[in-house]
Design a protein around this ligand. Structure first.
Ligand SMILES: [Zn+2]
Length: 153
């Protein structure tokens, strides 16, 4: 699909499946400021809660950031913006199922490596390094020794 058409499709799907609405609602409740982003993605700036421990995270087609929209839209952050936008694409496909699926993936990754992201399919698909994750981590010893660990490699 050409990029432009995918952006429109993504925006329509995340609006229809309710995930963008959830993102906007969270932005509203936490009094973060909603700004225009790029490629149909909105940015809610000035997130103040301690969790999650990341500079930004995405809900539907809304990227929520501790920083400003200008910060995220700057050329130097193009890869981070692309990473978060790929999460918006995952919401477009999965809708609210994204949440349980993402948490299972986090749990698996944490169990396997001690990191929530490195073996998390959603983060790998969105681009580990673009999202600020290390490219790879060794599996935990117990897993490396198990048949599953041998299968994994
Ligand atoms: Zn990510």
């Amino acid at each position: 699909m050409p990029p432009r058409r995918w952006h429109v499709t993504r925006t329509v799907l995340t609006a229809a499946n309710g995930t963008t609405c959830a993102g906007l609602l969270l932005a509203l409740v936490t009094r973060t400021r909603i700004r225009r982003g790029r490629d149909g993605v909105l940015i809610a700036e000035g997130w103040r809660l301690r969790m999650p421990p990341a500079s930004c995270f995405t809900i539907g087609s809304v990227i929520i950031t501790r920083r400003s929209a200008e910060w995220l839209l700057a050329e130097e952050r193009a890869v981070l913006f692309a990473h978060e936008s790929r999460h918006a694409g995952q919401y477009a496909v999965l809708g609210p199922l994204f949440w349980p699926a993402y948490w299972v993936a986090c749990g698996w990754s944490y169990l396997a490596t001690g990191s929530y992201g490195v073996h998390n399919w959603f983060e790998r698909h969105a681009g580990l390094e673009d999202g600020g994750y290390p490219p790879e981590l060794p599996l935990r010893p117990w897993l490396r020794r198990s048949w599953l660990g041998r299968l994994w490699r």
